[in-house]
Ligand binder design. Structure first.
Ligand code: GNR
Ligand code: NI
Length: 173
């Protein structure tokens, strides 16, 4: 089932999400819903707070549909960056909670991430390129942080005002 995505500004997008204590069928159903919502958007990642649940789970798949590779849906529970490279990378980021706004963000080029999957199995894997950017963007959501928080205050304000207007217009339609 597809779920509606919260649009910035929304107080729920600024909260720190709670650790998952036990993995049950509700959580697995949420993971499926989040993947469906992400693919449908379309997006390359989605964090639980974006669908209104303040719980530490993210989904992602940075294999683009036009790539000649099979999709790789990843579900991460309680994800943590355990190490990050000194090397930085600049990527033009967007966010499904901030539609049609894009800006360059600098982040570590490579990160090692630890997480639990839906079967409770622990994983540890290094990511680079778009995957590294995406996983950091998603983990930020779990800490109530958006990519616009890395921008200069004026730019951030400009985007926030546009979003307030967008939400008002959407509510009237
Ligand atoms: O779909 C998305 N694309 C994207 C592009 C560059 C950097 C990060 C992202 S994540 C975003 C989906 C989203 O909002 N996830 O939280
Ligand atoms: Ni996002």
């Amino acid at each position: 089932m597809k779920r509606p995505i919260l649009i910035h500004p929304d107080p729920r997008l600024k909260k720190v999400s709670a650790e998952v204590a036990d993995i049950d069928d509700d959580l697995r159903a949420l993971a499926d819903d989040m993947l469906e919502t992400m693919y449908e958007a379309p997006g390359i990642g989605l964090a639980a707070p974006q669908v209104g649940l303040l719980t530490r789970m993210i989904v992602m798949d940075c294999v683009k549909p036009e790539d000649e590779r099979p999709p790789r849906p990843l579900v991460m529970i309680n994800p943590e960056v355990v190490s990050a490279s000194e090397e930085r990378n600049v990527y033009e980021e967007g966010c499904l909670s901030i539609p049609e706004q894009y800006a360059d963000v600098e982040r570590p080029a490579e990160v090692e991430v630890r997480w639990i999957d839906v079967d409770g199995k622990e994983h540890r894997e290094g990511f680079d390129g778009l995957w590294a950017t995406c996983v950091q963007h998603e983990i930020d959501h779990l800490d109530g942080k958006l990519f616009i928080d890395y921008l200069k205050p004026l730019k951030r304000q400009m985007i926030t005002r546009k979003m307030v207007k967008f939400k008002k217009e959407r509510a009237r339609a």
